[in-house]
Design a protein around this ligand. Structure first.
Ligand SMILES: Nc1nc2c(ncn2[C@@H]2O[C@H](COP(=O)(O)OP(=O)(O)O)[C@@H](O)[C@H]2O)c(=O)[nH]1
Ligand SMILES: [Mg+2]
Length: 329
């Protein structure tokens, strides 16, 4: 599953700062060759502590995490749909994404000019105005798409599979300053602006400052600001929740690996994320629960405890299932 998240927002709200912080954090999260494909596209491993535990149990050095692709999408400004700024260049990028991370400026700084060049005044009100501008541009872009589709439909009646931008799930990421990180009252007010969407509060500047820190240093640094998880962890957790995703794991001497699937996916569907042949020729899945494996310490012990199950075609996968598939080709 190729999970792709587009980072949008007005200029100067901290998108690129966050994009860099996310890809940086990802590089640390695993010994996995992550990549920045283009300056604005990065593939980031999904942090998953379970993989480290499994690697020890199965005595392997190879850890392959699930990945998320982030795209730093510039060009959304007031009037973009009418050609302002980079015009409609952002459209194609957003269209390819399963979810949108909408970054909103909610920090105080007289140095960083706002996109509208207005002085900072009421942060809440300006945040609301900024959000409305972006959402209006997305709406206008959809209107244009709709018109194009309709005029095309008159010519040929092929029903196309159109993905409207405004139908994509949006997670609001408020870029707050140090006070905003712990000010629950302020956070509630920001949440109210975008209900019922999910919200995340981060300080892009702090995230950026952690670039050269190791995992422990990052943890301590964030905790000193009252933050328990970094932006990458928060965003991935929230995205999985919003899109109804979960992970299953495969483990062996060759490698341990995490895979992303929909909640409610069946065993053959899970097998299909590894290889389409696994789904076509699916026979059965041998499944144990990650916690049992962790507590009992080996696959052998899990088996002896009667906790290694054989599941068939209708089995619904659970988060943290460690699976091995049997199939015919
Ligand atoms: N004070 C402060 N400045 C920030 C924060 N996040 C980003 N900036 C600064 O705002 C400017 C614009 O940030 P950038 O990430 O390039 O914004 P983008 O246009 O949305 O990509 C840069 O000078 C950043 O250093 C923040 O949380 N606090
Ligand atoms: Mg930028």
């Amino acid at each position: 599953m190729n999970l792709k998240i587009g980072i949008v927002g007005l200029p100067n709200v901290g998108k690129s700062t966050l994009f860099n912080a996310l890809t940086n954090a990802g590089a640390l999260a695993a010994n996995y060759p992550f990549a920045t494909i283009e300056p604005n596209v990065g593939i980031v491993p999904v942090p998953d502590e379970r993989l480290d535990v499994l690697a020890k149990i199965y005595e392997t050095d190879k850890i392959v995490p699930a990945t998320v692709e982030f795209v730093d999408i510039a060009g959304l400004v007031a009037g973009a749909s009418k050609g302002e700024g980079l015009g409609n260049k952002f459209l194609a990028h957003i269209r390819e994404c399963q979810a949108i991370c909408h970054v909103v400026r909610a920090f105080k700084s007289s140095d960083i000019v706002r996109a509208d060049n207005k002085p900072e005044d009421d942060i809440l009100k300006q945040a609301k105005d900024d959000i409305d501008i972006i959402n209006l541009e997305l709406q206008l872009a959809d209107e244009e798409t709709k018109q194009k589709v309709e005029s095309k439909r008159k010519k040929d009646s092929n029903d196309e599979n159109i993905h409207y931008l405004t139908e994509k799930p949006v997670i609001y990421m408020f870029n707050v300053d140090e006070n905003g990180l712990t000010d629950k009252d302020f956070q509630e007010k920001l949440k109210d602006l975008v209900k019922p969407n999910e919200t995340i509060f981060v300080n892009a500047k702090l995230e950026e400052e952690m670039a050269d820190m190791n995992r422990n240093e990052r943890k301590e640094f964030l905790e000193s600001y009252g933050v328990s998880e970094d932006a990458l962890g928060e965003l991935i957790k929230t995205t999985y929740k919003t899109l109804g995703l979960q992970s299953f794991l495969t483990a062996g001497k060759k490698e341990v690996r995490a895979w992303t699937i929909q909640k409610g996916a069946t065993a053959p569907e899970a097998a299909g994320t590894i290889h389409t042949d696994f789904q076509k020729g699916f026979i059965a899945a041998q499944i144990c629960n990650y916690d049992d494996l962790k507590n009992l310490g080996s696959e052998k012990a899990v088996k002896e405890a009667g906790k290694l199950r054989t599941e068939g075609k209708t089995y619904i996968m659970q988060d943290g299932d460690v699976a091995e598939f049997r199939f015919n080709i």
